[in-house]
Design a binder for this molecule. Structure first.
Ligand code: TYR
Length: 513
């Protein structure tokens, strides 16, 4: 297993993905990184000893920042923060999502600006190593004192309170730690705030959503190539000269992938129509917007991962507390609002392609509903009729969720948090939209594969037209995509294909021709 080192090089989305899927192991870097963290904790110790007034250490939280905490109660303040914030509701984050959240928070705290101890970051790393996963309810964050409520479950579990999942069982974290041979910590001044007052939930979810969107963009190109072949469409729509004439790089990339897939088809066929409908001809223009925005989204997500985003921060140079608002998740919110709109548009594109494929009036000779049934029994078989209806439902649901979350800011917490990001809602929406998009992509994959198979059976697509790349894909995808010659329930197969897409197991050999 590879290692992701925290406190060393910049942490990437791929690092978070690999940790979330247990393909990598977390480790705290030695030397400077630990020293940085230790120094930050010493700054807090010094401030407490000096009797200085520091927000969240010697004051109440949020709007209660003018309440002074009696010196003898300063130590007790942190655990209170973890307790009163544990009012989360909704679904519990999945194992992958929870690991992503832990990993992002670890990356944030390792910056050395947050005043936490080495023991705390080591315990967070140990939770990842032992796979002790706090139960984090998804709802209750406005995304701008960071993710206070969901992260309170992480802070509480570090202190031995609150539920975790460990070795397939649900238990209080202290018990899981004992089983794993590690110890909970007593949260020191500032530590609960440092864990909770930041953007790690939305950012962890965003990292996962990003990877899935990236896969979806590639897959949508392959599905478009297969759909073009299935309707015997015109591969010249993806000509390099067209790409050069309007050179958005992401769009050009999508065009190049499709062109690469259809090289053999272009060389060995005559187009049936001078121009195909937009869902084919403009596919690179839909997928391309997503492709063009992904690098920008990556930049926003990775900057957030590699940032200190709580409050207050402590200047490592002179130990001064810096009171600011870095817990505000506006960048992640916009990335996720954008991502969900762009991915839902891809689902819509695939839904329209499927509408062409199942309809005899538009499919250029494919059987109605792509049914593979022949002879007298064809009358009782309905092919992918219901699958197409379902795809329309999934697409509509995805499109409905594209309402931007960021515009729903509302003043809360006695008007201390009077402008908030709602980034966590945007990230959750994005994941749900992706789930629906992956279902649409699974059904589309099933349909285009069926379409090409039917053409092969009818002798209308030869091996020369298919080319080696699509032939290999047909063989590989064929392992999970059933041949549909008669009506049969397709839910289990769709479930398997969807899971393979979500986990990145549908590997595409794409050449950008
Ligand atoms: N820490 C936030 C506010 C906050 C923290 C905890 C709360 O319960 C409420 C608000 C700030 O810096 O303003």
């Amino acid at each position: 297993m590879s290692t992701v080192e925290f406190g060393g090089a910049r942490i990437t989305i791929e690092d978070i993905w690999n940790l979330a899927h247990r393909k990598s192991e977390a480790r705290i870097a030695g030397g400077d990184a630990r020293a940085r963290v230790a120094h930050s904790a010493e700054i807090v110790d010094g401030l407490v000893a000096s009797g200085a007034t520091v927000y969240g250490i010697t004051t109440g939280y949020g709007d209660s920042c003018e309440t002074e905490i009696p010196a003898e109660l300063v130590k007790e303040l942190p655990i209170h923060l973890t307790r009163y914030h544990r009012c989360g509701m909704g679904r519990i984050l999945t194992d992958e999502e929870t690991r992503a959240v832990l990993a992002v928070r670890l990356a944030n705290l390792m910056q050395g600006w947050s005043g936490v101890s080495v023991a705390l970051v080591e315990l967070l790393a140990a939770m990842l190593q032992h796979d002790i996963l706090p139960e984090i309810p998804a709802e209750g964050s406005v995304g701008a004192s960071g993710d206070l409520t969901p992260l309170s479950y992480v802070a509480a579990s570090l202190a031995g309170e609150s539920w975790v999942r460990f070795e397939g069982e649900r238990m209080i974290s202290a018990k899981a730690f004992a089983k794993a041979g590690i110890k909970p910590i007593t949260l020191r001044p500032k530590e609960a705030l440092a864990v909770m007052n930041g953007t790690a939930v939305m950012t962890g979810l965003a990292a996962l959503a990003f990877r899935r969107a990236e896969n979806l963009a590639r897959l949508a190109c392959r599905i478009t190539s297969m759909a073009t072949l299935a309707i015997l469409g015109n591969p010249a729509h993806f000509d390099k000269r067209l790409a050069d004439a309007k050179p958005h790089p992401g769009q050009a990339k999508a065009m190049a992938r499709i062109r690469g897939d259809l090289k053999a088809y272009l060389a060995n066929s005559e187009p049936s129509r001078i121009q195909d409908r937009y869902s084919i001809r403009c596919a690179p223009h839909v997928i391309g917007v997503l492709e063009d925005m992904l690098p920008a989204f990556r930049g926003l997500i990775e900057t957030e991962i590699n940032s200190a985003n709580d409050n207050p921060l402590f200047d490592p140079a002179d130990g001064r507390p810096l009171h600011g608002g870095h817990f505000y998740g506006g960048h992640i919110c916009f990335a996720m609002d954008g991502l969900k709109t762009l991915t839902a548009n891809v689902a819509d594109l695939l839904d329209r392609q499927l509408a062409l494929l199942v309809d005899k009036r538009y499919s250029n000779g494919l059987p109605q509903n792509l049914s593979g049934s022949e002879g007298a029994r064809a009358a009782i078989n309905h092919g992918l009729k219901a699958v197409q209806i379902a795809v329309s439902a999934w697409t509509a649901e995805a499109l409905k969720l594209t309402m931007p979350a960021s515009v729903f800011s509302r003043s809360t917490e006695c008007h201390n948090q009077d402008k908030v990001s709602m980034g966590t809602i945007a990230a959750r929406d994005a994941l749900r939209v992706l789930e629906l998009c992956e279902q649409v992509a699974a059904a589309s994959l099933m349909a285009v594969t069926q379409g090409v198979r039917l053409r092969q059976r009818a002798g209308e697509v030869s091996a020369a037209m298919l080319g080696t790349r699509l032939e290999a894909f047909m063989a590989e995808a064929g392992a999970i995509i059933p041949v549909l010659n008669g009506d049969t329930p397709l839910d289990a197969a769709l479930g398997r294909i969807t899971t393979a897409i979500r986990d990145g197991a549908v590997v595409l050999d794409q050449e950008e021709a």
